[in-house]
Design a protein around this ligand. Structure first.
Ligand SMILES: Cc1cc2nc3c(=O)[nH]c(=O)nc-3n(C[C@H](O)[C@H](O)[C@H](O)COP(=O)(O)OP(=O)(O)OC[C@H]3O[C@@H](n4cnc5c(N)ncnc54)[C@H](O)[C@@H]3O)c2cc1C
Length: 454
């Protein structure tokens, strides 16, 4: 920790949470009733009083893992009131066709909510929890994992404060993670090649029960329904590289022409498109992976601080809420912080790697119109899922509507891929349209053992 003559030193005790984002707020609500005072240190101003990031209105999807935490905290009804159910995604293909894929085989919805509204609701609920204190405009500069202690800077200078534990819920640029790196953790922080701009889309011309997306291979536009009846649009383009990257699209006019040529229908429906494209900020997406999440019985990382991921599966925040639940579950069952933190790290790292990988893969799935070369495999996959509903559950459904380990879901999905590849290499593409009985016979000839593992 920096040798700062001006720094005051305080012994606060209790738990410090660095970062009052959605995950920090949820963590505070779980921990204060169990372990006493929790102080949340947030570098930004209070967003409920006009602080925080202005001009960014990201829509996030809540699925089963997120709802579990919200309902355990008694917040499900309040959150549901500001959400919209979304039953699937509708692809608008370049050839003019559209295709709806339900999120689950029985059309269960996931729920869309404006992150800023959800965040404010969570801050209100956290502050109303006895034992929780949220301090805004307190930037944590440095963390000493051994004490543990944090050096906090605010308008009055800097103060070193010791706590019983420090939890890092401080997002992709985590200073708590940086402290773990000084103890040997290896972290990889990457800026995704994709940038995004949030574009307001008027409603009335799109079905509000699904999200909509326009895949073009090198650019993606997506629109999420909002309770107002309008849609929150997101344009995804590469930062660098050949057209149509942001680096090549040199002027607002170029960007507008690119948008109109690729996304004709949305372009026609957004009257102030040119203005929005020229004034809306271009957001970057960071990904984080880290091989250590905890330090002894003193410190742990949760949420984006340890696994910021691409947004295309809609799981970053859901996964962060699940981190908190897993940690608390371990603490409840062992009452021993060192053992609980070690178990938490062991359980979650593999799962976070899996959902981060899937989230990035999902971008390519959504951004590219279905290619002829993989169409047979996709179709066969879908037929196997329909024919063996107890054995094969679609990957998205398992991620969004169960709390199964993401790593197990990924493993099973790879096995299904291998089975499909094996069947196509033995029987050729004609198997895709074969009768159910022939397909069953081919699957059992391919090896009941491999099927049984799926
Ligand atoms: C375009 C987009 C779409 C997304 N869609 C979804 C979705 O559909 N579903 C989903 O589950 N997730 C989604 N996500 C991901 C989700 O937004 C994040 O996973 C979630 O916000 C992470 O919460 P967090 O609290 O861990 O981190 P953050 O939200 O980043 O909060 C961290 C907090 O820590 C504070 N902080 C940072 N450093 C310090 C410091 N040194 N001192 C004090 N405070 C500090 C920050 O100011 C911030 O308030 C999406 C993300 C993007 C970009």
């Amino acid at each position: 920790m920096r040798d700062n003559q001006m720094a005051r030193s305080e012994e606060r005790g209790g738990i410090a949470i660095v970062g009052a984002g959605p995950v920090g707020a949820i963590a505070a609500m779980y921990l204060a009733p169990r372990f006493g005072p929790v102080t949340v240190l947030e570098r930004r101003a209070d967003p409920r009083r006009g602080g925080g990031r202005r001009g960014r209105s990201i829509t996030v999807m809540l699925s089963t893992r997120g709802w579990r935490a919200l309902s355990e905290l008694g917040l499900d009804a309040a959150v549901r009131a500001i959400c919209l159910p979304i039953h699937g995604r509708c692809a608008h293909l370049p050839d003019g066709r559209s295709h709806v894929s339900p999120y689950s085989r029985d059309w269960r919805p996931i729920w869309s909510v404006e992150r800023a509204r959800l965040h404010c609701l969570l801050l209100d609920a956290a502050e109303a929890t006895p034992g929780v204190k949220i301090l805004f405009e307190q930037r944590v500069r440095e963390v000493d994992p051994d004490v543990p202690a944090v050096e906090v800077e605010n308008g009055d200078g800097s103060t070193r404060m010791a706590y019983s534990r420090v939890l890092g819920c401080d997002g992709a640029h985590s200073v708590v993670r940086a402290a773990l790196v000084t103890r040997g953790a290896q972290a990889v922080v990457r800026r995704l090649e994709l940038a995004h701009q949030e574009i307001d889309v008027p409603g009335g011309w799109l079905d509000p029960s699904t999200m909509h997306y326009w895949p073009t291979g090198d650019a993606l536009f997506a629109a999420f329904p909002l309770p107002s009846g309008n849609f929150a649009g997101s344009l995804f383009l590469r930062h660098e590289g050949p057209a149509p990257s942001y680096a090549v699209v040199e002027s607002g006019q170029d960007l507008l022409e690119m948008f109109v040529s690729r996304f004709g229908k949305p372009a026609a429906a957004i009257p102030d498109l040119a203005d929005q494209l020229s004034v809306k900020s271009i957001g970057t997406i960071m990904t984080v992976s880290c091989d250590r999440w905890v330090w002894r019985d003193k410190l742990a990382l949760l949420g984006d601080a340890c696994h910021a991921m691409a947004p295309f599966m809609g799981h970053g925040m859901n996964c962060g809420f699940e981190d908190v639940r897993t940690l608390v579950d371990r603490l409840d069952s062992t009452q021993n912080w060192a053992a609980a933190l070690a178990a938490y790290e062991k359980i979650r790292i593999e799962d976070a790697h899996a959902i981060s990988y899937l989230s990035y893969q999902h971008y390519h799935h959504m951004a590219n119109p279905p290619a002829e070369s993989i169409a047979h495999a996709e179709e066969l996959r879908n037929r196997l899922i329909a024919l063996f509903p107890d054995r094969f559950v679609p990957l998205y459904e398992r991620c969004a509507f169960t709390e199964e380990s993401y790593a197990a879901v990924l493993k099973d999905d790879r096995r299904l891929d291998s089975l499909v590849e094996d069947l196509l290499s033995r029987h050729g593409a004609e198997l895709v349209s074969a009768s159910n009985s022939r397909l069953r016979a081919c699957v059992s000839a391919a090896g009941i053992a491999s099927l049984g593992e799926c």
